[in-house]
Write a protein that binds this ligand. Structure first.
Ligand code: ZN
Ligand code: ZN
Length: 229
């Protein structure tokens, strides 16, 4: 069934009857069971209800309370699949910064599961700046959706010319100005539920720029998901 994308061992799995039955729904064979078991999954942990930061209660964390006062019109909620540590951090390093394209398939199961939970919503991968695109040659989020077979729309542009979020510290990230603009044709999606998709949630700055822009244009049902936070 191929090699595990995380540890390169050959995947030879004996499927249970239930898994055989589910086979059509799942894209098996990209991550071995051992690695999958070690991934720092956030679902099921006690987390901030706004950003899934692990903490003692589900109350909004300090950062999310700040977003809430900054954007009282928005619902402060976000879904992240994993903690940005260990294997997940290595994955992003290899996939996004070293350009190992095979790794776009690593989280197909998580994306497809989210898709099934929100069958009517449209995915919208956050666009990267032209400079990042020229350097990398691909939008890491769009490629993940393509590999997962998930249809998406793109009606946001990213006007930021050069600066890269990944090279900024926390304070610089928080001060980032609105990078997004709406492209022609967005009007026809106004009544739709939108799922903004990005790879990592760091301060929330980028996602709240996108959410507030969409809100101002009349979008009323916008949620967000990232692989990590
Ligand atoms: Zn493995
Ligand atoms: Zn939070």
């Amino acid at each position: 069934m191929g090699q595990c994308l995380f540890c390169q061992t050959e995947i030879r799995e004996v499927l249970t009857l239930q898994e055989l039955f589910d086979f059509g729904k799942k894209d098996r064979g990209t991550v071995c069971r051992t690695c999958e078991g070690k991934l720092p999954r956030l679902t099921g942990q006690t987390c901030c209800s706004g950003c899934m930061r692990p903490q003692e209660s589900t109350n909004l964390c300090e950062d999310c309370r700040r977003w809430s006062s900054c954007y009282p019109e928005l619902k402060i909620a976000h879904h992240a699949c994993y903690a940005y540590t260990g294997a997940v951090k290595d994955w992003l390093q290899r996939y996004k910064f070293q350009g190992d394209y095979r790794l776009s398939a690593a989280f197909t199961n998580d994306l497809q599961a989210f898709r099934r939970e929100h069958p009517k919503a449209l995915f919208l991968p956050l666009p990267i700046s032209i400079a990042s695109y020229e350097e990398r040659g691909f939008n890491q989020c769009e490629e993940m959706l393509k590999r997962a077979g998930i249809r998406y729309v793109q009606f946001l542009g990213n006007q930021h010319a050069g600066e890269k979020q990944s090279e900024k510290n926390r304070q610089e990230r928080l001060l980032t100005t609105q990078p997004f603009s709406l492209l022609v044709g967005h009007e026809k999606y106004l009544k739709q539920e939108i799922i903004l998709f990005d790879d990592v949630y760091t301060t929330g700055r980028t996602l709240y720029h996108a959410k507030s822009l969409l809100y101002k244009q009349g979008f009323r049902s916008v949620r967000s998901i990232t692989i990590a936070r």
